[in-house]
Design a protein around this ligand. Structure first.
Ligand SMILES: NC(=O)c1ccc[n+]([C@@H]2O[C@H](COP(=O)([O-])OP(=O)(O)OC[C@H]3O[C@@H](n4cnc5c(N)ncnc54)[C@H](O)[C@@H]3O)[C@@H](O)[C@H]2O)c1
Ligand SMILES: [Zn+2]
Length: 403
């Protein structure tokens, strides 16, 4: 009997020890990336004008409030291109990339929810956001004053001893208190497009504030770069069916139709702005536009657009993220006697981010080819080539993906 009792005890011990060994294995695999995270990360550092070096840095210890993200991709923004060419913010050496997304591979024990209160866990897909609080009045000027130097504007931070501060990298270190969102329910292309889409969600909100933009409005969108194209996709997703795209690039105008424009006006087919206005009128069966979005950075584009808008109509000017020079208008004919309501739109607010996630889901559900806005994908090791492609302006959105 004693022997048997000893045997039973031995067997129980053996089973228990194999169970706990099993638990250890299960535990480490449940913590996903934790076991597979390398010791170092690769970061594209802009070390001089028009030149990135791929640097390797140790991945810091993840504190109780921090998150380590394995990068999946990041879009090149117009701001990045300015920084690449001229370093207007005086940040060199800098880890750029703010239109990025990736997967949580490690996080501190205090990290339970994203900035919107949505729960987060290992393996979730996230984006960071430039705006650190939900203040609809905030402008880029405030951001530059208050936020750069904090831990929020990843991709435009001065270099520090962490180094993993931009999305053009294979790992990014999100410090406690940063603004980030769980966007696991969006595919990779949609996640890369969140930031530029938020610009247009904001512009459409500004447009709606005039009370003129309605479901049955006739809308002109002038400029079919990424900004104008996304504008068309959002209007279409909202149910606005009467949209004319204006540009001089036939390929972009064709894409505009696939994203929801009902017709297009190629300015190369018309001699002068009066003729173009007649062209718009013809496409709207004898009417001018109720509302127009100005999505070019061209002063001539601003001067022209009033001619396409009916008396009592509205305009959203969003094409001048930076100073593009002065534009001439005739205040009597263009604004005063026509009683045009004009709004400007710049960047976005946190609230627009939440709307953007919903827009991207709706766009996918109705089959809009949003992913085709990303015309080129470059590996991180070819980031200099990616930027040159961006400056050549022969694609639409250029993305950089880890090697
Ligand atoms: N408001 C914001 O917060 C915000 C944010 C990002 C970008 N932007 C601005 O939006 C603008 C557009 O951005 P993008 O990335 O689409 O640029 P882009 O250069 O790729 O596209 C501009 C398009 O406008 C067309 N165009 C130029 N002049 C024209 C004219 N006179 N009439 C009709 N079409 C004309 C071009 O052919 C081109 O297709 C930029 O100037 C940028 O500064 C604003
Ligand atoms: Zn940007």
């Amino acid at each position: 009997m004693d022997m048997n009792a000893n045997q039973v005890e031995a067997i129980v011990k053996q089973v228990l020890s194999s169970l706990s060994a099993g638990n250890v294995t299960a535990g480490s695999s449940a913590s996903a990336g934790n076991g597979t995270v390398p010791k170092t990360a690769h970061v594209a550092m802009l070390t001089s004008l028009e030149h990135f070096d791929i640097k390797e840095y140790p991945i810091p210890e993840v504190g109780d409030d921090d998150i380590l993200v394995r990068v999946e991709g990041c879009g090149i923004c117009g701001t990045d291109a300015h920084e690449f060419k001229r370093d207007p913010f005086g940040l060199i050496p800098v880890a750029l990339g703010h239109e990025g997304t990736g997967e949580i591979v490690k996080m501190g024990k205090n990290v339970k929810t994203d900035s919107a209160g949505k729960p987060v866990k290992l393996g979730d897909k996230v984006v960071t956001c430039m705006i650190f609080k939900d203040n609809p009045d905030i402008t880029m000027y405030d951001l530059n004053r208050q936020n750069v130097g904090g831990a929020d504007v990843y991709g435009l931070l001065p270099d520090d001893d962490v180094h993993l501060n931009g999305w053009f990298s294979d790992y990014i270190f999100i410090r406690g208190g940063s603004t980030f969102f769980n966007v696991s329910d969006l595919d990779l292309d949609s996640r890369i497009l969140i930031e530029p889409c938020a610009v247009l969600v904001h512009a459409v909100e500004r447009a709606k504030s005039t009370g003129i933009l309605r479901f049955n409005s006739r809308v002109v969108v002038q400029g079919c770069g990424p900004i104008g194209l996304i504008c068309i996709a959002i209007l279409h997703t909202m149910g606005i069916g009467n949209i004319i795209a204006v540009d001089g690039n036939a390929g972009r105008l064709e894409f505009a139709k696939r994203l929801g424009a009902s017709d297009s006006v190629n300015f190369k087919d018309y001699n002068g702005v009066e003729a173009m206005a007649e062209g718009v009128k013809e496409k709207f069966q004898g009417h001018l536009a109720d509302f127009a979005f100005q999505c070019t950075g061209s002063p001539a584009g601003h001067s022209n657009i009033y001619k396409f808008i009916r008396n009592g109509g509205g305009l959203c000017e969003l094409g001048f993220f930076i100073n593009g020079g002065d534009a001439t208008i005739n205040p009597h004919f263009d604004i005063c006697s026509k009683e045009i309501t004009t709004v400007g739109s710049w960047v976005y607010t946190l609230r627009d981010y939440a709307t953007t996630f919903e827009f991207l889901k709706s766009a996918k559900a109705i089959g809009l080819p949003m992913g085709e806005l990303i015309t080129d994908k470059y590996p991180l090791s070819q980031i200099n080539e990616a930027y040159r492609k961006n400056l050549a302006m022969t694609g639409l959105k250029i993305a950089v993906l880890p090697d």
